[in-house]
Design a protein around this ligand. Structure first.
Ligand SMILES: C[S@@+](CC[C@H](N)C(=O)[O-])C[C@H]1O[C@@H](n2cnc3c(N)ncnc32)[C@H](O)[C@@H]1O
Length: 280
């Protein structure tokens, strides 16, 4: 799989302008680098694929899309979700890409990047051992990171289009390859009821913003989270910027409802924009 963004396309175009015949560039959105050959008509990739210069220029002009290269043509990684009625796309950063849903990035990208954002979430409840529930898969970054130390990770995604985008993202491949990760397509609010009590030692809860997924911030959901957690288990709950007016308001409500659901020792995790709650 070759995936390019404006960052790599610009790099290739600059090398071509410089008169170079070869340039080292990432073909998997910054994970590794490969040599590509710059020919008069097109760029030649190590896999035998090629792309003409007009297509490269088109990619370099679009800062919010990533493209696969297949059959000597570039195709933007995006799709319309029948489920939500929204357009999903993969947006590059200098690190891992994020997913845009109707133009809204799924991870933090201001003053940070999706990879660092993920590491902060995991750090907030590390060490992760035993069986972990990741309530909303997205691009699978939290699930993939959790699976590095956990025994097993179950991750739930409501929208099949999100899974399709993840399938084309080089940074999400472990989601489909790591045998420790089990993917469930469904509504976390309903799926969580199907797990036996005390099934998980930790929960990663990284829902969309409150206004888009209120039921994932409800006392009923937290009661289920409490039920499926083992004693001494913990949950990280992403909320949003605690310094913002809405973030502060939502955080206060979340902490109150977590308490009502039985959670103890609520700890704010400001670097991860969330809170950690414990089941004693
Ligand atoms: C903030 S993203 C999760 C990011 C993810 N933790 C990662 O590391 O890439 C939220 C995801 O939750 C999904 N979602 C929204 N409502 C859901 C629900 N009720 N059950 C499961 N997934 C849901 C959205 O489609 C979106 O992909």
């Amino acid at each position: 799989m070759i995936v390019l963004s404006h960052l790599q396309a610009s790099q290739i175009l600059a090398a071509h302008k410089n008169g170079q015949s070869v340039v080292k560039v990432s073909l998997d959105l910054n994970l590794t680098e490969n040599e590509v050959r710059l020919q008069p008509e097109a760029v030649l990739f190590p896999t035998g694929e090629s792309l003409d210069w007009a297509s490269l220029a088109e990619i370099s002009d679009n800062e919010i899309a990533c493209y696969t290269v297949e059959d000597h043509a570039a195709k933007a990684i995006k799709g319309f979700s029948e489920f939500s009625g929204r357009v999903y796309g993969l947006m590059p950063t200098a690190s891992a890409p994020t997913m845009l849903i109707s133009g809204i990035p799924m991870h933090r990208i201001k003053d940070t990047n999706p990879h660092r954002d993920t590491l902060n979430k995991i750090k907030a409840i590390a060490p992760l051992r035993g069986d972990v529930l990741d309530t909303t898969t997205g691009l699978g970054y939290t699930a993939i990171e959790a699976a590095k130390t956990a025994r097993r990770v179950v991750t739930i995604e409501i929208d099949p289009m999100a899974q399709e985008i993840a399938r084309l993202n080089p940074w999400s491949q472990a989601l489909f390859e790591d045998p420790k990760i089990t993917q469930v397509i469904g509504d976390a609010f309903e799926e969580i009821e199907k797990f036996e009590a005390e099934s998980f030692s930790a929960i990663l809860h990284d829902p969309p913003m409150f206004s888009l997924a209120g039921d994932l911030y409800s006392r009923a959901f937290y009661q289920q989270a409490f039920r499926v957690l083992k004693h001494n288990g913990k949950m990280f709950h992403y909320i949003g910027d605690p310094e913002s007016k809405s973030g502060a308001r939502v955080t206060a409500g979340v902490i109150r409802r977590l308490q009502e659901a039985g959670f103890k020792r609520m700890r704010r995790a400001p670097r991860a924009f969330g809170v950690v709650a414990h089941k004693e």
